[in-house]
Design a protein around this ligand. Structure first.
Ligand SMILES: [Zn+2]
Length: 263
């Protein structure tokens, strides 16, 4: 009898493990050319214009939803999207009120322009970026306006001082990758079919920045930037991760085209 119960319990646990599904979808959050010469402080780029994109992502973890980076506020910049994040979420059957976590790579406006509609989401942000937003005066480049609801404590925020296993089961990690900004983070999503995927935030803006460890002159810390790129390269090698440079249009094809999701 007892062993029957144990068997039933065992079956329940394996069922719940098998039922757990994680998917990753890329959302187009703007595009337009950029001058790559700004992205190497050692004058490595000679081109004056390269295609550039802005990526947002949705992670579905069973019934829970997380958004990673939110793009510019539509209409706020020439390269901003004209399709609001909220509309894109609805196309993949996500109610913005249902979003449980919004993780951001860093505090710049091209990643934090559409936080406002995610009113029930806990904000996951590197503590050094959070401190930069709340400093007086705020740190240069911090999109303070985008965070107003969290600054006034109407919404939940979790300033991260270490890597975070978001759902507690090892499938989704916010990883520290400082350098571009002091609290810059990246996201690791471990998918069953596709395998591990790293969304690098702005640890590198173009593939050449990643391959050749090129550092933009406007980054917060040069040595930290290179150390973060080296961390990504080790992750790529150790767990055979797909590395996605979020701003590089050449990496868009590494995930299925919207509205499809990688599994
Ligand atoms: Zn950016």
């Amino acid at each position: 009898m007892k062993s029957g119960i144990m068997l039933a319990l065992g079956a329940l646990f394996s069922l719940s493990a098998a039922a757990q599904e994680v998917t990753l979808t890329r959302l187009e959050c703007g595009n337009g050319p950029n001058d790559p010469r700004r992205f190497s402080d050692a004058f490595a780029y000679t081109e004056t214009s390269m295609p550039f994109t802005f990526s947002c992502y949705v992670i579905k973890h069973d019934a829970d939803v997380m958004v990673w980076d939110t793009g510019y506020l539509p209409g706020s910049a020439p390269n901003a999207t004209n399709k609001p994040l909220v509309d894109l979420l609805k196309q993949i059957n996500v109610d913005p009120d249902q979003v449980k976590y919004v993780g951001i790579s860093h505090f710049h406006a091209d990643h934090t322009g559409q936080l406002v509609p995610l009113k029930n989401a806990t904000l996951l942000i590197g503590k050094n970026d959070w401190d930069g937003i709340n400093a007086n005066p705020p740190m240069g480049g911090a999109n303070v306006k985008g965070f107003s609801e969290w600054i006034s404590e109407k919404r939940k925020v979790e300033p991260l001082t270490a890597d975070k296993d978001v759902f507690g089961d090892g499938t989704v990690w916010v990883l520290r990758a400082p350098g571009h900004t002091p609290g810059h983070s990246m996201l690791l999503v471990r998918l069953k079919e596709k395998g591990p995927v790293v969304l690098v935030g702005d640890a590198a803006h173009f593939r050449e920045n990643y391959d050749h460890e090129r550092v933009p002159g406007f980054n917060f810390d040069r040595a930290q930037t290179i150390a973060s790129i080296q961390r990504i390269k080790q992750i790529e090698k150790n767990i055979k991760a797909t590395v996605i440079i979020q701003h590089d249009p050449r990496d868009i094809g590494k995930l299925p085209a919207f509205p499809a999701a990688a599994k």
